[in-house]
Ligand binder design. Structure first.
Ligand code: WQD
Length: 338
């Protein structure tokens, strides 16, 4: 049992991770400014786990406010830093907001970790750091290309800062590179619930099927892929959550060989947009109202992961595929409690 601080704890991946950590014997403290997340997930984390949760509503860009958490919890043994702005398109319209928010909040958490002696640090990174990879599947040694957006840049900068911190101080750091998180918790009480309009494919599909959105537009079917639409590696959010618990335990048990390590978190299965839509139609029995539209700028044609490192070193293995993702996402769309 160790106390773990989860920033962005009422967000999509943060809330699912908090549940998994608690169900695996850890105590969790969460921080969120609720800029893009509701407060309800905190209550549902407690309902699912039966454990009280200490939650702080604050902005990590406020160093003094952030320090209060560390002063009140001097037994934090690890930090998982999810909190960040993450809308790719918005980041191209407001790059300064993304650099200011994502880098300042990360720096403040790093300052506190150093000041209060919390050495274990897990960073929420993204496959977007690879840019348009030429060799697939991508491994952790695949070079980082030019970021496709300021959002992706903040993930690259975050990784470099933490790598240097780990090299020149006592930090033990893991960067987890997520592929495409999707799906919802099996309880039906947690799922993807951004305050801002959902732009990712899976919620666009389920909102369209539920009649909350007029149509789903497929952004291009003239790519050099098996059916012309883009390829992604969709990973169930519960698989993603369990990987974080494995990473925390890996650091707490001092199994890491290096002070800075990177792990891809995908399921190694490339699925096209049209195949994802077909999977939804099969599990829901609904014919989706979609049309082919123009390509979306910034989209990479194809990316999917090699997750052998996470399997070998973290002892992690994904349990779900695109059908379970669509089943849980569709159930969430129709029964979400908030
Ligand atoms: C997936 C595919 C679209 C919507 C982004 C970030 C990544 C991570 C996940 C944070 C693409 C197509 C989508 C639609 C479509 N975010 N699509 N119609 O862009 O792969 O990844 O979100 O960590 O870092 O880059 O996800 O779901 O937006 O798109 O055709 O209405 O679905 O073109 O091929 P993406 P996505």
């Amino acid at each position: 049992m160790s106390k773990v601080l989860v920033t962005g704890g009422s967000g999509y991946i943060g809330s699912h991770t908090a549940v998994d950590l608690i169900q695996n014997g850890h105590e969790v403290v969460t921080i969120d400014n609720h800029h893009n997340s509701y407060t309800a997930p905190i209550d549902y984390i407690e309902q699912i786990t039966g454990q009280k949760l200490k939650h702080y509503k604050l902005d990590l860009c406020d160093l003094n406010a952030t320090k209060v958490v560390f002063e009140e919890h001097n037994d934090i043994k690890g930090i998982i830093h999810f909190a960040a702005l993450k809308a790719v398109g918005e980041s191209t319209e407001r790059p300064l907001l993304y650099f200011e928010n994502n880098m300042k909040s990360l720096l403040n958490v790093m300052h506190c970790a150093q000041e209060f002696g919390v050495k274990n640090f897990i960073f929420s990174s993204s496959c977007t750091v690879y840019g348009q990879a030429t060799d697939l599947p991508v491994t952790e040694n695949t070079e980082m290309k030019e970021a496709e957006s300021p959002y992706g840049r903040t993930k690259q900068l975050g990784e470099y800062m933490l790598k240097d911190l780990a090299q020149f101080s006592k930090f033990q750091v893991i960067s987890l590179r997520y592929f495409n998180p999707a799906g919802a918790h099996n309880s039906g009480l947690l799922g993807e619930a951004p305050k801002q309009i959902a732009l990712n494919l899976v919620p666009v599909i389920t909102e369209t099927a539920a009649g909350k959105r007029k149509e789903c537009v497929v952004f291009g079917n003239d790519y050099d892929t098996r059916d012309g639409s883009c390829v992604r590696d969709y990973i169930h959010v519960e698989d993603l959550a369990s990987a974080h618990t494995c990473a925390v335990d890996y650091l707490l048990e001092e199994k890491n060989a290096d002070s800075y390590e990177v792990f891809n978190l995908g399921i190694g299965d490339g699925v096209t947009v049209l195949e994802a839509i077909k999977a939804f139609e099969e599990v829901s029995g609904i014919q989706l109202n979609y049309r082919i539209g123009p390509r979306r700028s910034g989209d990479v044609i194809a990316i999917y992961s090699n997750y052998e490192r996470a399997k070998k070193y973290l002892g992690w293995k994904p349990k779900f595929g695109i059908k379970e993702i669509m089943q849980s996402a569709w159930h969430w769309e129709n029964n979400r409690p908030f």
